[in-house]
Design a protein around this ligand. Sequence first.
Ligand code: SAH
Ligand code: SF4
Length: 339
Amino acid sequence: MEILSGLNLEEFEALTEKLGASKFRARQIHNWIYLKSVKEIDEMTDLSVKFREQLKEVAKVTDTKIKVKQTSTDGTIKYLLEYPDGECVETVLMRFDNRANLTACVSSQVGCAVNCSFCATGKRGFIRNLDYREIIEQVLTIQRDTGLKVTNIVFMGQGEPLLNLENVLKAMKIFNEDFQIGARRLTVSTSGIIPQINKLAQLDMQSTLALSLHASNHETRAKLMQIENKYPMDELHKALKNYTDKTGRRITIEYLLIKDLNDTAQSARELAQYLKDIKCNINLIPYNPTEKNDYQRPSNNSIMKFKYLMEHSGKKVTVRLERGADIDAACGQLRGKIK
Ligand code: SAH
Ligand code: SF4
């Protein structure tokens, strides 16, 4: 059985040719899959009944199941998807301000090898990479289930996208060309895999790169993220500079705020110094509680104070709204399990 979601136009054309139909049919099926996100071949109403029957004999829309769907009081929806081999990942739909911004947070791997101390995904270890079609499937699931069209995509679910770069780039190309989502509405978040950041600079990526920095000095970062020992902050600084120089694009610096650990005025000063010559915006992420560590979220007052100090350094600073915490859909809470 051929699975239709994830095929590109040429692949649809090969399929319709095999069935003795014209190339125009391929374009129609393509639109039903990516723009109208149908659940069944029978919903493709501009294809003749006869052709639909033919198509159903050799193909189906998807082979991925929604295992669990949860809706938060803030409107965020979290899906736990199950792929044919039984592995599961979450994908999250967030609505901001109005219906014009529907952001999908997608997973790039099952589990994650980077194992940051604050993250529930890392605690699971690395299971496997997701194929580009499995990444795309997450957005299609959201579109099929809600009947809405996703407008923005962030690679901030399970996994380290730059450790599965080939599939992530293929998925981004399809999001851009087939889903017709502008490159600038796609964001890839990384824990800081230096060689791959350099590669993205070389490719002149037009999407947004977000870097999970989370600390203002080597000691603190090494405590939070083991990866700091492999790719330390001073090396990272060079890669970020090179990236912004080459692409002309502004990086998003993600900075997790943990009470008494990296939220002090001293940390803000060090951070401002580190980012002085990097073209970037700063996104502060107040820590979301997960099991098995004793980090705490700072008070709103400390968060605002830190924001003020960073703004003072001349950067644009936003505080990430916590979404879907009541259904464990917030940053760092995804772990591919039901309970
Ligand atoms: N692996 C990539 C992308 C997925 S994580 C990365 O680490 O960048 C997306 C964001 O959520 C990262 O900035 C990550 O550091 C953050 N995050 C992880 N655990 C968190 C927690 N408990 N509270 C708040 N943010 C968290
Ligand atoms: Fe992996 Fe990102 Fe979680 Fe770190 S924060 S363990 S890199 S998913």
